[in-house]
Design a protein around this ligand. Structure first.
Ligand code: PHE
Length: 451
């Protein structure tokens, strides 16, 4: 308990909370998962639904997590128990499970970024980018870098990180922004740029009507994934802020940062993919690595650019991974009085082991990704929307009002958004995601096991 007392201090600077939350939000979800989902789900059609979901679901849901966190000043399990009473603590448990599954495969991808960072100095990926990815993304190579990534994450979190995360994010977020923007300018001059922009920015409505069953849950899942919602990260981070903060303003800043960075990542990746003649339609998880490696191979001082780029990716992944494991660690410390180091090492080791199978096969990898992002995050979000919208609305409204000078109708609009449209969209997405996941298990996993 004493540990949690110490942790219950506020963030160091006024904008510290925003930077930490942005550090969690901005990660592989923006630069890796986003472009690969856009490609898989039909280009601009996906982009526009995703942007809509960010506004209609993501923003209100983020405020919901903020309100629960700041009001209770507790870890997600304790927070839900206190906010909803009775069995709601068990819902918090879902967050813990999500954290395990999510970080298990996230760390494998983060390991790839580390591998590419090292590879930049040796020029390893320049010669044959596609073959290189296949070689390092699966097998013991991937396990090794997954282990290194978890080790770094564990070390930072074990030391205790509030100030650390804040400081790291203050540097990393602007760095990512500047690097991506420069690459977007570079990509603008490529031959494939015009076609890429059409693909990325001109929605083809027939793509939506034909594939809405997969586009909808994918876009909802990505909106939550990229904003770190649905597993208690924002509850945890908001448990460290003061009542004078205007949560509406903070939420707007965080969402805006995150969306802009993802959007620019698309402006980088698609021109490169189109120029390289790779089909954007099913880019797969490797596309971004292959296409960037391709780009770096073709420019002077490409190795240096590559090192800076993949190094920044790695750091972005790190601040997100820290936020995921921190949810579980805070829970262990708060509720079970476990020592921080013991908790972090144990939890981190379990996550590492859970991730090992994803480093051996793309099907298992896809299963974790889909389960975590499309099913579990949506489920987690749906449940806390019900809690705030229908069970503890007066308390939530009072909490959000604090720190907002002239709330006007904002609070009521928010609660009604949560109550009806957000919940409806999440129910439909969850339903479709479950069907999609069952399909996936049947069509990919079962044949894979039979092999
Ligand atoms: N938002 C992070 C990213 O975009 C991933 C994440 C999801 C982190 C959920 C925490 C919780 O990379």
């Amino acid at each position: 308990m004493q540990t949690s007392e110490i942790l219950r201090e506020s963030w160091a600077t006024r904008v510290g909370f925003i930077f930490a939350a942005v550090g969690s939000a901005v990660g592989l979800g923006n630069v890796w998962r986003f472009p690969f989902q856009v490609g898989q789900e039909g280009g601009a059609a996906f982009l526009f639904i995703y942007l809509g979901f960010i506004l209609v679901i993501g923003f209100p849901a983020m405020l919901v997590e903020f309100v629960i966190g700041r009001n209770t000043k507790l870890n997600p399990v304790g927070a839900l128990q206190e906010f909803g009473g009775g069995a709601w603590g068990y819902v918090g448990w879902i967050f813990i499970v999500i954290g395990f599954v999510l970080l298990a495969f996230y760390s494998v991808v983060a390991g790839w970024t580390l591998r590419y960072f090292v590879g930049s100095f040796t020029g390893a990926y320049m010669e044959n980018p596609a073959a290189y990815f296949t070689q390092i993304s699966v097998g013991w190579d991937a396990v090794f870098f997954h282990a290194v990534f978890m080790l770094v994450t564990i070390s930072i979190v074990a030391i205790g990180i509030q100030r650390g995360i804040e400081r790291a994010a203050t540097v990393i977020v602007p760095a990512i922004f500047i690097i991506l923007l420069s690459l977007a300018v570079y990509a603008f001059f490529l031959d494939g740029a015009a076609d890429a922009y059409t693909y990325y920015l001109t929605p083809d409505l027939s793509e939506i009507t034909a594939n809405w069953q997969s586009v909808l849950p994918a876009a909802a899942g990505q909106a939550l994934f990229t904003l770190s919602l649905g597993m208690g990260v924002m509850i945890t981070y908001a448990s460290y802020i003061g009542e004078d903060r205007n949560l509406g303003e903070d939420g707007t800043a965080i969402v805006a940062f995150d969306v802009i960075i993802a959007f620019i990542a698309g402006l980088v990746v698609f021109p490169i993919i189109f120029t390289a003649g790779v089909s954007p339609a099913d880019p797969g998880p490797g596309a971004i690595f292959v296409s960037l490696a391709d780009a770096f191979a073709g420019v002077p001082l490409g190795w240096l650019l590559g090192a800076i780029f993949f190094g920044t990716f790695f750091l972005a992944a790190l601040t997100s991974a820290i936020s995921i494991i921190e949810v579980i660690v805070t829970y262990a410390i708060d509720e079970h009085d476990v020592d921080r180091t013991v908790a972090t090492v144990t939890i981190g080791t379990l996550i590492f082991l859970l991730g090992v199978p994803t480093a051996f096969d793309e099907v298992i990898f896809g299963m974790y990704d889909q389960l975590a992002a499309e099913v579990l995050l949506v489920l987690g979000t749906l449940l806390i929307m019900i809690l705030v919208g229908w069970i503890a609305a007066p308390r939530a409204k009072a909490e959000l009002t604090k720190g907002i000078e002239k709330p006007g109708p904002f609070i009521d609009i928010w609660i009604w958004l949560v109550r009806v449209p957000v919940i409806l969209v999440l129910i439909v997405s969850l339903y479709l995601a479950l069907i999609g996941f069952a399909d996936f298990l049947q069509n990919e996993l079962v044949p894979w096991i039979a092999e």
